[in-house]
Ligand binder design. Structure first.
Ligand code: AKG
Length: 290
């Protein structure tokens, strides 16, 4: 059976789901989205993802035409309609159909889409071998220009980083902010492990990741000290371990950066412990798909 997409309260077969070319989400990247996952019949940290979606919308002065409870129900219904227990979930709220001209007042009603589909391990066997990451020249959007905490439909900053990583032969890009601090990957947050402690940049210059928060919680539970502080190139090159976190990426080890081996060049003990703890957490926690 063809996958069904939620579109403004209706369920539409995947190949028929489309929006107007005058949707400002398409014309200007004016809209917001989330990446959420369901594991084992439960949606992982659904409330946290919805809080972030509604915060992103608030930040761009976009009124989502569903309450959070209604959105939650729409997500669960979409998963049920598609018979999915393990899935990637992509709610999208665009500014809506308008006209040429960027004024959002041209768009009377936002469009709401929910894509749900099967999704495996994004980095395949790299969870065992470790990712090769490269730092890129394109700077992460400055918070005072385009706050990285708005998960907007305009992902060009991240896409430019990804293009550069592809050219340089990296599995993932590491972005640096306009002050020279490490920011995040193109689609994930970054952590370093040094002398048994975990360090990750504060979330002013990167997305406030839901998996990032879960990794911090799990580390603290394991008795590992976690520091949120700015880090630079030196810190990533000389780290004992580096890992990235994201909804799509989950927790993934990075074993090579800009040609330097990280630690012994194989996934480290702390990273492996957190990967296992995260896998376990996703199996037991979450909003049931009922
Ligand atoms: C996610 O991890 O779910 C993201 O939204 C990152 C962007 C992507 O990989 O689509």
């Amino acid at each position: 059976m063809e996958l069904l997409i939620y579109f403004n309260g209706e369920f539409v077969p995947k190949h028929e789901a489309r929006t107007s070319i005058y949707d400002h989400g398409f014309l200007y990247g004016d809209g917001v989205f989330e990446g959420i996952r369901a594991y084992n019949g439960r949606v992982f940290r659904l409330d946290e993802h919805l809080d972030r979606l509604y915060d992103s919308a608030k930040a761009i002065d976009l009124k989502i035409p569903l309450s959070k409870e209604e959105m939650k129900k729409a997500i669960i219904d979409t998963l049920k309609r598609n018979n999915l227990e393990d899935a990637y979930i992509r709610p999208i709220v665009s500014r809506g159909d308008g006209d040429l001209g960027l004024d959002p007042r041209k768009c009377p009603r936002p469009n709401v889409f929910i894509i749900t589909q099967e999704w495996g391990a994004m980095y395949g066997d790299l969870y065992e071998r470790g990712l090769t990451a490269v730092t890129v020249g394109i700077r992460r959007n400055a918070p005072e220009a385009m706050p990285p905490n708005i998960k907007s439909l305009n992902y060009l900053n991240n896409i430019l980083a990804k293009i550069e990583a592809n050219v340089k032969g990296g599995d993932e890009a590491i972005m640096i902010d306009t002050c020279g601090n490490i920011s995040e990957g193109s689609g994930d947050n970054i952590f370093v492990v040094k002398n048994g402690r975990i360090i990750t940049p504060p979330t002013l210059n990167n997305l406030r990741g839901v998996t990032r928060a879960a990794a911090i919680e799990l580390a603290i539970k394991e008795g590992i000290r976690v520091f949120e502080t700015n880090i630079g190139l030196f810190d990533i090159y000389t780290a004992d371990e580096v890992f990235v976190t994201g909804t799509a990426a989950e927790i993934a080890p990075v074993t090579r950066i800009d040609g330097r081996l990280i630690g012994d060049g194989i996934p480290g003990q702390v990273t492996k412990k957190l990967m296992a703890a995260f896998r376990e957490l996703t199996m037991i926690e979450g909003t049931p798909i009922v």
